[in-house]
Design a binder for this molecule. Structure first.
Ligand code: BES
Ligand code: MN
Ligand code: ZN
Length: 508
């Protein structure tokens, strides 16, 4: 069961001294002439004394720096915490993402402390909201499978108060609510990714979708293997054939009465990618529980949009299968018939994501949504091109640009990629409509071009579409940083939510 822990978020306007909390966090900027204290509630005397010690404390003001000090008598907290916010603009102003990261890093590193007052610069609602979001994202840990070592894990921060001049502004209440929904849904995405494939397989994932959707105005439909067979979902079935645990297609629909737009999200949900008969080496398999991240992202994005009550129809399609080698597995050179009738020669069973996504995209297209966004940990080539923290966005120029903009606003890193025309022909097959692998080079782009073939038409034109490859960013293999934990990161949810909000702000 995926449990989403809830961080309590409050805001107050002044008098940090009146707040009872375990720790007060103030910001340190990374100036050209050394570290400096950002706007804070300390008395001038205390602030001056502390300013003079920053260098000697070994602080630089860099992001992720968190220094615990004893609380001052003038404050009502046992701990005073200095948190780096990185380089600031002229006049010491801090951008929203730096606030998000600094707040998230502090809250993450303050695990073991139960209540925290954030006294970072926050004169506006967006700044206070960024801090709140950072806190909600930083307060995460995954201990479901710890028994004997559970006690050695410090408890995550439970309650946060944000000191902000905007505390009494009307929009702040909604902004804090949004931050807490974002925290909950991103964290649920992380937990789904972190859950071991021994327990997370297509059927249990479908059940998790139902559990998470409980109490929300969302309809969850599970298409099981019999129905997949009957309706011709050859991509999902082909990939799932090698596993003893049958595949599923899950449709999660939020359809409010006065919807101003209709969005479809398709997610890759390979609960474990062994490569199939085109078996991966052991080293390449170690992180392959991550391969359902796209499905977790689209699920939680629709749940967030529903909980926020945005007037937009949003449907998530979760393409769930386990890619395993066995006597019943699909073979390299098998030909499958995907949903809608197009045939694919499967030359590499490790290029399975595009096969399940082909079915999902074709099914989503039947409902003629205004736009389709798909999210997938699709290619290792994504990491070769952009590294492990920047995701790729491909597809129609307008949608691609809108996704990039939504990502920028939400603090997720995406970068636009092209579809060079000459790559399409590398997918031509001798014996079927398409083959599932193309040229060795530009593997991320070829995979995107493959997907494009399955995006359907509405009124004689291809449905506007973009493809988000989050292969690297979905899973943090190194140390935690900012508000990002180790393993599942939840990347993609914030971008899809922001995308839906942006669509609405363009229609009204
Ligand atoms: N799930 C992998 C892609 C992946 C690799 C995600 C590493 C995250 C980290 C995908 O199914 C895959 O195996 N892709 C192949 C495609 C190739 C066979 C054309 C790849 O990238 O090697
Ligand atoms: Mn694969
Ligand atoms: Zn895969």
């Amino acid at each position: 069961m995926i449990k989403a822990s809830e961080l309590k978020l409050h805001a107050i306007a002044k008098d940090a001294k009146k707040v009872q909390c375990d720790a007060i966090v103030i910001g340190v900027g990374e100036g050209t002439e050394g570290p400096f204290l950002l706007e804070n509630p300390l008395s001038p005397k205390a602030a001056t004394a502390l300013s003079e010690s920053l260098g000697l404390l070994g602080l630089t003001g860099a992001l992720d720096e968190v220094q615990r000090l004893p609380g001052l008598p003038e404050l009502n907290a046992d701990l005073l915490v200095l948190a780096g916010v990185g380089k600031t603009g002229l006049g010491g102003d801090v951008d929203d993402e730096s606030l998000r990261r600094a707040a998230g890093s502090a809250v993450r590193q303050l695990a073991g402390v139960s209540s925290v007052l954030l006294a970072l610069p926050a004169s506006t609602v967006p700044q206070a909201a960024a801090i709140a979001e950072g806190c909600a994202l930083g307060a995460y840990s995954y201990n479901e499978y710890r028994n004997t070592s559970a006690k050695s894990q410090p408890e995550i921060v439970r309650e946060v108060t944000i000191l902000t001049e905007a505390a009494d502004e009307k929009p702040l209440k909604d902004a804090l609510n949004r931050a807490s929904i974002i925290g909950r849904t991103v964290n649920a995405t992380r937990s789904l990714v972190n859950q071991p494939p021994s327990d997370l397989y297509p059927e249990s994932f479908a059940q998790a979708a139902k559990d998470l959707a409980r109490n929300l105005p969302v309809k969850v439909t599970v298409i099981d293997e019999k129905k997949l067979e009957k309706d011709g979902y050859g991509g999902i079935l082909g990939v799932g054939k090698g596993s003893s645990r049958p595949p599923r297609l899950v449709k999660v629909e939020y359809s409010p009465a006065k919807a101003k737009a209709n969005l479809a999200f398709v997610g890759k949900g390979i609960t474990f990618d062994s490569g199939g008969l085109s078996l991966k080496p052991a080293s390449g398999m170690m992180t392959m529980k991550l391969d359902m991240a796209g499905a977790a992202v689209v699920l939680n994005s629709v749940l967030a949009i529903a909980e926020m009550g945005l007037p937009v129809k949003a449907t998530a399609w979760l393409c769930l299968a386990e890619n395993m080698p066995s006597g019943t597995a699909q073979r390299p050179s098998d030909i499958i018939t995907t949903y809608g009738g197009r045939t694919v020669e499967v030359l590499n069973t490790d290029a399975e994501g595009r096969l399940v996504m082909a079915d999902g995209l074709a099914a989503a297209s039947e409902e003629k949504p205004d736009v389709i966004l798909d999210v997938a940990t699709l290619t290792g080539a994504q990491m070769v091109a952009l590294g492990s923290r920047v995701s790729a966005v491909m597809g129609d120029e307008g949608v691609r640009a809108a996704v990039k903009e939504a990502a920028d606003r939400s603090g997720e890193q995406f970068w636009p990629m092209p579809f060079p025309e000459e790559l399409r022909q590398t997918l031509d097959s001798q014996v079927a409509d398409l083959k599932n692998i193309g040229d060795k080079f530009g593997g991320m782009l070829t995979a995107g071009i493959f997907l494009q073939e399955f995006v359907g038409e509405a009124d004689g034109e291809r449905i506007p579409w973009a493809h988000l490859d989050i292969a690297g960013p979905a899973f943090n293999e190194t140390a935690p940083y900012g508000y990002t934990p180790k393993e599942g990161t939840g990347v993609g949810v914030r971008t899809l939510i922001a995308y839906a909000e942006d669509v609405l702000s363009r229609t009204s």
